[in-house]
Ligand binder design. Structure first.
Ligand SMILES: C[S@@+](CC[C@H](N)C(=O)[O-])C[C@H]1O[C@@H](n2cnc3c(N)ncnc32)[C@H](O)[C@@H]1O
Length: 193
C-alpha cells in the first residue's frame, strides 16, 4: 500500500509542513528555461507544490503550462498564489494516471517525494508523457538522507541504471548553480525518449 497518498500530502500542505519549499524557482531550472526560444511549447510540472517554476515560466512568456499535484490543498494554494492565472492548467490528479504528451517536463523535488519502489514506474510514465522530441529536465538529489523519506535520495550511478533502459540521458551532472543549502547535493539532468 502506498502511504504517501493524497491524504498524506494534503496533511503536509495543510499544516504548512513543506520544508522542501525553497521559496523561489530552482536556479538550475531557470537557467535551462532562460535559453528556451519557443514560448509555445507544452510544459508539465508534476508534483508541482508551490510551483515557483510555473510562476517563473508565466513571467517569462510561456503560455502552455500544466501543473499537476495529488494534493487538492496544494492545488488550491497554488491557484491563490497565482491569482488563478488562466494560462495555467491546474490538475489535481495522481501523476501516475495523468494523460497527455508534453514537449518539456520539469522535475523539481517530485522524484524524491515518491516511494523508491515506484521509481521505475516513474521512468516508464515519464517516457509515455514525453512527445517524440520532448525532454524531461530538472534536478535530482545526488545524496542519501540520514532519515526515512520523503525526501528519498540516491546516487548518480543508481539513477543512470534506472533511467537508461527507457530514456536517453543527455546530461546528468552535479549542478554548479544550486542554492547554497543544496550546493553539491543536486544533479541537473536532461532525458529524452
Ligand atoms: C516534495 S514536494 C515538492 C513540491 C514542489 N515541486 C517544490 O519543489 O516546491 C512533492 C509534491 O508532490 C506531490 N505529489 C506527491 N505524490 C504525487 C503523485 N503521485 N502525483 C502528483 N503529485 C504528487 C505532493 O503533494 C507535493 O506537493
Amino acid at each position: 500500500m502506498n502511504t504517501l497518498n493524497a491524504d498524506y500530502w494534503n496533511n503536509r500542505h495543510q499544516a504548512g509542513d513543506t520544508p522542501w519549499d525553497i521559496k523561489m524557482p530552482s536556479p538550475p531550472i531557470t537557467s535551462y528555461i532562460d535559453q528556451l526560444k519557443d514560448k509555445n511549447i507544452s510544459i508539465l510540472i508534476p508534483g508541482a507544490g508551490h510551483s515557483h517554476e510555473a510562476t517563473y515560466l508565466i513571467d517569462h512568456g510561456f503560455e502552455n503550462i500544466t501543473v499537476c499535484d495529488i494534493s487538492e490543498v496544494a492545488i488550491q494554494k497554488m491557484k491563490l498564489q497565482m491569482n488563478n492565472r488562466i494560462l495555467i492548467n491546474y490538475l489535481n490528479i495522481d501523476f501516475f494516471v495523468l494523460d497527455g504528451t508534453f514537449d518539456l517536463i520539469i522535475e523539481q523535488t517530485f522524484f524524491c517525494a515518491i516511494d523508491p519502489v515506484f521509481r521505475s514506474k516513474y521512468v516508464d510514465k515519464m517516457s509515455t508523457l514525453l512527445k517524440p522530441d520532448g525532454k524531461l529536465v530538472g534536478v535530482l538529489f545526488g545524496i542519501e538522507f540520514p532519515h526515512k523519506g520523503p525526501p528519498f535520495g540516491g546516487h548518480i550511478s543508481e539513477y543512470k541504471s534506472l533511467f537508461s533502459p527507457k530514456l536517453h540521458i543527455q546530461t546528468m551532472e552535479i549542478c554548479y548553480n544550486s542554492i547554497p543549502q543544496r550546493m553539491g547535493n543536486e544533479l541537473f539532468f536532461i532525458c529524452k525518449n
